[in-house]
Design a protein around this ligand. Structure first.
Ligand code: XMP
Length: 512
C-alpha cells in the first residue's frame, strides 16, 4: 500500500481517498509509527500529510531521517513537506509571511511533478506560517509562490517530491493530477486499485475467512449493509442468510425495495421478520425522544436475537457480517479486530454478548468506493445511491406519540417530498431531507369552502459532508412549492408545510 502518515491534519483521510482515486491502494497510519514498522508493510510509497504544528514547536512531530535512506518514494504535503525538507538538510524558516487559502503558484520547472500541460500559473490551496527557504541538496525547486520561495520540489533520482500546498482539496484544481504524477510517474506505481480488483480481493478474503461456515447479516436498508451482504453472498452464496427486521418505522416502499429489488439483483437468501405490531405496542404512549430511541434499540435487539436463535436451530451460524467502513476503523485507532461486536450503528446497536466472529468486508473502503462496489455487484441505484436514514426510522420523525395513523400520514408526506426532490434532480445535492410530523400541533386552515384543523409537517433539507455539521439547503422555490402543494392536497391530515432553516449546530439534522 501507499501509507499516508497522519500528522494530525483533518486531511490525511482525504489524501488516502485521493490516492485511491489514482487507483493506488492507500492507508492512513499515525505519525508515531516507527520506520521499521512502516517498512514491514512494504509500502509502495509514503505520503507525509499536513498537520497543525509548526516544525519548530517543541514536541512537534518529526520525520525520522532514516525514512529517506530505505529507497521508498516519499511525497510531502504542507507540514510533511517542511518536515521532509528539514530532515534532509534544507532550511525551514518562520518568515512571518503567512499564506492562507487560494494562492497563485508559479511553475518554475516543468517536467516531473508539474508537467508541461499545466498552466504556468495556477491556483492552489495554501495554509502555512513557516516555509521552506532552501531545498535540500539534490532537489530541484519546481514552483514558488509569493509567500513560499520553495513551494514544490523534487528529486527524481531518489523518488522524493513535495508541495507546500494541499493538492488533495478541491480548491487546488490541478492537485489530483499532481498527486497522480507523483504516484505513477515519480514513484512508478502501477494503477491497479480498481473496483473489480476490490471485489475479487474481498471475495477471496471472505472465502478464506469463512471457509465452509455460515454467516448472518442484518440488513438495515442502507448502503453499507447491503453492499457488505452482497459481497459475502458473492463469496459464499447460500451459506449467507440476511435478516431484515420490518419495525414498521420504514418509509414507503423500503421493505419492497429490499425484498424485491435487492433479492432480484443478488439472489440473496433473505428472512424478513415482521415486527410492526411489536414495535407499535412498545412505543405506545411514549413521547420522550431518548426513550423512543432506547425502546426501538431494545426491541430491535430482541427481534434480531430471536431470528438468530431460529436460524441457529437449522445450522451453526458462526459469522456475523457488518458494514464497518474505513473511516470508522481509522477513527477508532485503526486496530484490527475480529472480536465480538460492540455496536451496530446501522441497525440500532446489537448487544455485546452475541457470540459471533465478525466479517467486515468494507473495513478497508471509503463510502464512495462502497457505492462503486455496489454498482459493480449489480445492485440497483435506489440502494447504492441511497441517502442516510436513521436506524430508529420514522419513529424519531413523529414529534409526539408514534401511532399507526401518524406513521401512515408521515409516510405519504415523505414519499411526496422524496419524489419531487428526485424528479427535480436534487438527490445528489442534498445530504438528506427528513420530513417531520408535528403530531401534537394543529393549526387552522381553509381548503375548498371548509375550515381545516390539521397538522404541520416540516421539511428539513440539509447539505453536509459527514453529518457532523450541516447547513440547510437552499432548495429552489418552485420545488418547495410543488412539495407543499402536493402534500397539502394529497395528505388530508396535513394542512401546512413549513421549512426548517436551521444549520447544525445549533440544530441537529433529525428533530429527535
Ligand atoms: P443528527 O440528528 O444527530 O443526525 O444530526 C446525524 C446523522 O445521523 C443520522 N442518525 C442516525 N443514524 N441511527 C442511525 O443509523 C440513529 O439512531 C441515528 N440518529 C440520527 C441522521 O439521519 C443524520 O444523517
Amino acid at each position: 500500500p501507499v501509507l499516508v502518515v497522519d500528522f494530525g491534519a483533518q486531511y490525511a483521510q482525504l489524501i488516502a481517498r485521493r490516492v485511491r482515486e489514482a487507483q493506488v491502494y492507500s492507508e492512513v497510519v499515525p505519525h508515531s509509527t516507527p520506520v521499521a514498522e512502516l517498512l514491514e508493510r512494504d509500502p509502495a510509497a509514503i505520503v507525509l500529510s499536513g498537520g497543525p504544528s509548526s516544525v519548530y514547536e517543541p514536541g512537534a512531530p518529526q520525520v525520522d531521517p532514516k525514512l529517506f535512506e530505505v529507497g521508498v518514494p516519499v511525497f510531502g504535503i504542507c507540514y510533511g513537506f517542511q518536515a521532509m525538507a528539514g530532515a534532509l538538510g534544507g532550511t525551514v524558516e518562520h518568515t512571518g509571511t503567512r499564506e492562507y487559502g487560494r494562492t497563485e503558484l508559479g511553475v518554475r520547472h516543468a517536467g516531473g511533478l508539474l508537467h508541461d500541460e499545466l498552466p504556468d500559473r495556477h491556483p492552489v490551496w495554501m495554509s502555512h506560517g513557516d516555509c521552506v527557504t532552501a531545498a535540500p541538496e539534490g532537489f530541484t525547486v519546481t514552483a514558488t509562490s509569493e509567500g513560499a520561495p520553495v513551494a514544490a520540489f523534487e528529486d527524481r533520482e531518489r523518488r522524493f517530491a513535495g508541495v507546500q500546498y494541499h493538492p488533495e482539496v478541491g480548491h487546488s484544481p490541478h492537485g489530483q493530477e499532481v498527486l497522480r504524477r507523483f504516484l505513477h510517474e515519480i514513484a512508478g506505481i502501477r494503477p491497479q486499485w480498481t473496483t473489480s480488483s476490490i471485489v475479487d480481493e474481498q471475495v477471496a478474503r471472505i472465502r478464506e475467512q469463512v471457509g465452509n461456515g455460515k454467516a448472518i447479516c442484518g440488513l438495515s436498508g442502507g448502503v453499507d449493509s447491503a453492499v457488505a451482504a452482497a459481497l459475502v453472498q458473492r463469496a459464499i452464496g447460500d451459506r449467507l442468510t440476511c435478516v431484515f427486521v420490518d419495525h414498521g418505522l420504514l418509509r414507503a416502499g423500503e421493505r419492497a425495495q429490499v425484498e424485491r429489488d435487492y433479492v432480484a439483483a443478488t439472489g440473496i437468501r433473505l428472512v424478513t421478520v415482521d415486527a410492526r405490531e411489536r414495535f407499535l405496542d412498545a412505543l405506545k404512549g411514549v413521547t420522550d425522544p431518548e426513550q423512543k430511541r432506547k425502546i426501538i434499540g431494545r426491541e430491535f435487539i430482541r427481534v434480531f436475537e430471536q431470528a438468530e436463535r431460529d436460524l441457529k436451530a437449522e445450522g451453526d451460524y458462526e459469522f456475523l457480517v457488518q458494514g464497518t467502513l474505513y473511516p470508522d476503523v481509522v477513527e477508532s485507532g485503526g486496530g484490527a479486530g475480529t472480536a465480538n461486536i460492540k455496536s451496530h450503528h446501522n441497525v440500532g446497536g446489537l448487544p455485546d454478548d452475541l457470540q459471533f466472529t465478525l466479517v467486515e468486508p468494507l473495513r478497508a473502503l471509503f463510502k464512495d468506493e462502497v457505492r462503486r462496489v455496489g454498482t459493480e455487484l449489480g445492485l440497483p441505484e435506489t440502494i447504492v445511491q441511497r441517502q442516510p436514514f436513521p436506524g430508529p426510522g420514522l419513529g424519531i420523525r413523529i414529534i409526539g406519540e408514534v401511532t399507526q395513523e401518524r406513521l401512515d400520514v408521515l409516510r405519504k408526506a415523505d414519499a411526496i417530498a422524496r419524489e419531487e426532490l428526485t424528479s427535480a434532480g436534487l438527490d445528489r445535492q442534498i445530504w438528506q431531507c427528513p420530513v417531520v410530523l408535528l403530531a401534537d400541533v394543529r393549526s387552522v386552515g381553509v381548503q375548498g369552502d371548509g375550515r381545516t384543523y390539521g397538522h404541520p409537517v416540516v421539511l428539513r433539507p440539509v447539505s453536509s459532508e459527514d453529518a457532523m455539521t450541516a447547513d440547510w439547503t437552499r432548495l429552489p422555490y418552485e420545488v418547495l412549492e410543488r412539495i407543499s402543494t402536493r402534500i397539502t392536497n394529497e395528505v388530508a391530515e396535513v394542512n401546512r408545510v413549513v421549512l426548517d432553516v436551521t444549520s447544525k449546530p445549533p440544530g441537529t439534522i433529525e428533530w429527535e
